[in-house]
Design a protein around this ligand. Structure first.
Ligand SMILES: [Zn+2]
Length: 69
């Protein structure tokens, strides 16, 4: 994924994919970790359409299926 400099600058950075996923897991909405081509660190994106979801997100969607949000 290409990241624009402005997006990179205002996003949180994580040293590793594990760190990013740990933060994504605490967020109240779907987030996905991706490697930034600019700073070579990891950011989170809310754009998960068409992307492979991390295991915790799949599990969460399953449990939330019966609840209206
Ligand atoms: Zn970046």
């Amino acid at each position: 994924m290409r990241t624009r400099p402005a997006v990179c600058a205002r996003k949180k950075r994580f040293a590793s994919e594990d760190d990013a996923n740990a933060a994504a897991e605490r967020a109240p909405f779907a987030l996905r970790a991706y490697r930034c081509g600019l700073c070579r660190r990891w950011h989170l994106t809310g754009r998960t359409k068409g992307m492979k979801l991390p295991p915790f997100e799949l599990a969460r969607r399953k449990t939330m299926r019966t609840r209206a949000e």
